[in-house]
Design a binder for this molecule. Structure first.
Ligand code: UT7
Length: 322
C-alpha cells in the first residue's frame, strides 16, 4: 500500500505586542487608509525582547503535537523554514529539537524566504511518501520586525512576526495530493535581505534590512501565482471548482484577490489573516491554515490549496485533502 502524508496537527503563535497602522504613521510618512487600501493590513504583531524564531516555533509546535495526540519523541524529522534564524548555526530546527526534548530525530532549516514553509512541506512529503519517515514536523517561524528598516515606508508597513506549524503523519490515503516548488534566481535585486557579516566587500555597507522594489515584486507575484494554480490543478486532473479553500501567503490582499479570481472563487473561500498579522514570511501560510482548521472552516475531506511566493524568486503550492 502506498504511503501518503496527512495533516495530523496544526499550531500557531503570534507575539502579544500589536503595532497598528496609526502607530506607523507617527514615524513614517504614511496613513492607515493608504496601508489598508493598498495591502489589506491594519496591524501586525511584534516579537518581544525575550522571543525569537526558536521560542515562537516551540509554542506553535507544541500546539500541533497536542492536536495530533502524539509525543514529541514520535517525531522523526523537524524541517523549519526561516529567514530570520536565532543563529546562523545551529539551525533553528536544532534549537527547537532541544526545546522539545527530542533526542533521536533529524532537524534542519530550509531557507526559501516567504515560500519556505511550502518548500519544507514538499520536502517532508517526499520523505513520508518514500517511507523514510513516518512523522514530520514542519514549521515556519519569523521575526521579520528585526530585519525591517522602520524608516522605510515601502517595507515596514508590510511585515510582522509569528510562527506556524503543521505535523504530517503517514497514511494509506492522501493527505497531500501534490506539491510544486520553483525558483528563479534572476530577481535578486527586486527583493533581498543582506547579511552584512558575510557580504562581499562591495556590499559590506548594506545594512541588514529587507530591500524590496514592491511594485515590481507585486506584478511578478500575481502572474506567477496564477501559473502555479494551473500547474497544480493540471497535475491532479482537477477543476477550479474542486478546490474548497485557498490558503495563500499573506503578502497583500490584492495578490490574494487576484489568485482567488483566477480560481473563480469567492473571497469567502480564501483564508485571510493579514489584516492583523501583516506578512509573516514563511510563517504566514501555516498560521492561516492553523486558524481555519481551529475555527472549523476547513473540514476533514475538503481540498485545500496552499501557495506562496517570495524572494529568490521562489514560489510553490501544496494541494491537500484535509
Ligand atoms: O512576501 C514576499 C513578496 N512581497 C510582496 O508580494 C509585496 C508585493 N508588493 C506590494 O505589496 C506593494 O507593491 C506595496 C504595498 C509594497 C506597495 O504598493 P503599490 O501599490 O505597489 O505602490 P507603489 O510602490 O507603486 O507606490 C505608489 C505610491 C508612490 O508614490 P508616487 O511615486 O506615486 O508619488 C510611493 O512613494 O505610493 C507611495 N508609497 C506610499 N505612500 C504612503 C509607497 N509606500 C507608501 C506608504 N504610504 N507606506
Amino acid at each position: 500500500m502506498a504511503n501518503h502524508s496527512r495533516v495530523i496537527g496544526t499550531g500557531g503563535y503570534l507575539p502579544e505586542t500589536i503595532r497598528s497602522n496609526d502607530e506607523l504613521s507617527q514615524t513614517v510618512d504614511t496613513s492607515d487608509s493608504w496601508i489598508f487600501e493598498r495591502t489589506g493590513i491594519k496591524s501586525r504583531r511584534i516579537a518581544g525582547e525575550h522571543e525569537g524564531a526558536a521560542s515562537m516555533a516551540e509554542i506553535a509546535a507544541r500546539q500541533a503535537i497536542a492536536m495530533a495526540g502524539i509525543e514529541p519523541e514520535d517525531i522523526d524529522a523537524i524541517i523549519l523554514a526561516t529567514g530570520t534564524p536565532d543563529r546562523v548555526y545551529p539551525s533553528t530546527a536544532c534549537l527547537l529539537q532541544f526545546r522539545l526534548g527530542i533526542k533521536q530525530c533529524v532537524a534542519f532549516d530550509v531557507q526559501a524566504a516567504c515560500s519556505g514553509s511550502i518548500f519544507a512541506l514538499s520536502i517532508a512529503d517526499q520523505y513520508i511518501k518514500t517511507g523514510v519517515y513516518r512523522t514530520v514536523l514542519v514549521i515556519g517561524s519569523e521575526v521579520c520586525s528585526r530585519v525591517v528598516d522602520w524608516t522605510d515606508r515601502g517595507t515596514c508597513i508590510l511585515f510582522g512576526d509569528g510562527a506556524g506549524a503543521v505535523l504530517l503523519g503517514v497514511s494509506d490515503t492522501p493527505g497531500i495530493l501534490s506539491t510544486h516548488i520553483h525558483s528563479d534566481g534572476q530577481y535578486e535585486d527586486l527583493l533581498y535581505l543582506p547579511n552584512p557579516q558575510c557580504a562581499l566587500p562591495a556590499n559590506v555597507d548594506e545594512p541588514g534590512f529587507i530591500n524590496m522594489r514592491g511594485n515590481e515584486v507585486f506584478k511578478v507575484a500575481v502572474n506567477t501565482l496564477g501559473r502555479i494554480v494551473d500547474e497544480t490543478l493540471e497535475a491532479n486532473n482537477m477543476q477550479k471548482s474542486d478546490i474548497d479553500w485557498l490558503v495563500p501567503h499573506q503578502a497583500n490582499i490584492r495578490i490574494i484577490e487576484a489568485t482567488a479570481k483566477k480560481l473563480k472563487m469567492s473571497m469567502q473561500q480564501g483564508v485571510v489573516t493579514l489584516q492583523d498579522q501583516g506578512n509573516t514570511s514563511s510563517a504566514s501560510v501555516l498560521l492561516a491554515l492553523n486558524e481555519a482548521v481551529r475555527d472549523g472552516r476547513i473540514q476533514r475531506g475538503q481540498v485545500v490549496l496552499l501557495e506562496a511566493f517570495g524572494a529568490g524568486f521562489t514560489w510553490g503550492s501544496a494541494l491537500i485533502k484535509y
